[in-house]
Design a protein around this ligand. Structure first.
Ligand code: SAH
Length: 451
């Protein structure tokens, strides 16, 4: 791809834009827990709360730890005041829409395409789950002005769990309030919801969903393989003077409700036992919130003849410990700064597509590598068109090329980031996907569970 980009990229100075390192796998976090310093790291405000909670109730699940760290109403990483500063070069990580306007523009094109596919209905809902700073939706709405009938048809819904990010999104989208609620400068209606179940169903209005790097922010349970079987990994307080952290991992001595229910439903029983001989396969992760979100979206897609797109970094298995923490673009210890660092797990695409394909009347496609998807959506052509806009500067062109390369290059974000789509069974493959990339519905999950 990007012959144009290759030709021009010799002019791009290194390090102009960053890559979202969170998606790049385990990078090591030696910086924070220096073995030399035997003093405890400073306790965060949330850390203090978690210590008292664990002292009163006993160790908490990794799922509970992650949930509190991200969405504790006062100290959670995404919920705390000023959470918008987490994003971007100055923050802790940079996501695809924050890297380049082209990303949101191409998602906009995908949405318009689906609207065409549905016969250009006069009313349509566009729902974004986990919009962060609102950059992707701002780019979608700007790019789709080229299709006035689409803009005239849509109503936008933003599903954002963080109370402090909702006002940021309102600002970025130029939202103004009138008697009927929020609207943007072109009159498009905007609605905010704290959670997906809070969005009511309008059966006769096709609904298109986008979830960009949100599934990885949904808490996961972790289970480790012990001589007694799969046991849940928990977080306990660490009071010992020779540890620099205030928390440590422990393994539940007996099955927990989550290990009983989730290990059974994770299709592990169908896996080749030889898989578990590998040291890095002795942990599995299951995110019920991610799967519930995919399930809810798939049901609404089927009910409203809609479509959905999820983009994230991830793997095609539940095997492996992928929980990581990031602060200022550097990986730090997961337990070191509760509430102050970003926590993320790889999305399990195999589980997500299975969950969606189990919903009647859906067709599920992917995962397709992000680089491939953006190539098929025409990123090179869009880049070429932008580079020829008369008032664009060389510096802006360099930036666009460099950012696009980071999005599509397999060694950067092009391969680790993947895309899945869910459409109504009656529809053909959505833009960016091929018929052969359709996923067959899995067998009845219960039929693969061995006692
Ligand atoms: N999509 C944005 C932001 C990614 S960060 C981007 O690519 O830049 C994850 C976002 O999901 C944040 O806005 C966070 O507050 C939100 N989020 C996390 N858990 C959520 C949940 N359960 N429901 C809705 N939003 C959630």
């Amino acid at each position: 791809m990007l012959r144009l980009a290759r030709r021009l990229s010799s002019r791009v100075p290194d390090g102009v834009v960053a890559v979202d390192r969170r998606g790049l796998g385990r990078l090591g976090y030696s910086a924070l827990t220096s073995e030399l310093e035997r003093i405890k790291v400073a306790e965060t405000a949330l850390g203090k709360e978690l210590v008292s909670m664990i002292k009163a109730r006993g160790p908490i699940t990794v799922h509970e730890f992650m949930r509190q760290c991200l969405l504790h109403p006062k100290y959670g990483y995404y919920a705390r005041p000023g959470a918008e500063r987490n994003f971007g070069l100055e923050g802790d990580f940079i996501t695809a829409p924050e890297l380049s306007q082209l990303f949101g523009e191409l998602i906009g094109v995908w949405l318009v395409n689906q609207w065409h596919e549905l016969g250009k209905p006069g009313a349509l809902r566009v729902v974004e789950i986990g919009p962060g700073r609102g950059t992707l939706m701002a780019d979608v709405l700007r790019a789709t002005r080229a299709w006035p009938n689409f803009v005239g048809a849509i109503q936008v819904h933003l599903v954002e769990a963080s109370p402090s990010l909702q006002p940021v999104q309102q600002r970025v989208l130029g939202a103004v309030r009138d008697d009927d609620g929020w609207r943007d400068a072109t009159g498009t209606r905007l609605h905010w919801h704290d959670s997906l179940p809070g969005l009511d169903d309008l059966d006769d209005v096709p609904t298109l969903f986008v979830g960009q790097e949100v599934l990885d922010a949904m808490p996961a349970h972790q289970f480790v393989l012990t001589s007694g079987g799969w046991r849940e990994k928990l977080v306990d307080v660490d009071d010992t003077p020779d540890s620099t952290l205030h928390f440590r991992y422990v393994v539940a001595p007996t099955p927990t409700p989550a290990s009983r229910a989730l290990v059974l439903s994770s299709y592990l029983n169908d896996a080749d036992p030889a898989l578990f001989q590998r040291e890095d396969h002795k942990t599995i992760e299951v995110s019920p919130s991610a799967l519930a979100t995919v399930d809810d979206v798939a049901r609404r897609v089927a009910k409203t003849t809609g479509a959905a797109l999820f983009i994230d970094y991830g793997k095609n298995t539940c095997l492996g410990d992928t929980l990581r923490a990031f602060k200022r673009h550097v990986q730090v210890h997961v337990l070191s700064q509760p509430g102050l660092s970003d926590l993320t797990v790889d999305t399990d695409f195999a589980a997500s597509v299975r969950q969606a394909a189990l919903v009647p009347d859906t067709a599920v496609f992917g995962p397709v590598d992000q680089g491939e998807f953006l190539g098929r959506m025409g990123i090179a052509e869009r880049l070429g068109a932008l580079a020829n806009v008369h008032d664009i500067t060389d510096k802006q062109v360099d930036h666009l090329i460099s950012a696009s390369e980071r999005l599509v290059d397999p060694a950067q974000m092009g391969q680790r980031y993947k895309v899945i789509a869910i459409v109504d069974r009656a529809c053909g493959p959505p833009a960016g996907f091929r018929l052969e990339e359709r996923v067959d519905p899995p067998p009845d999950p219960l039929s693969v569970i061995k006692p």
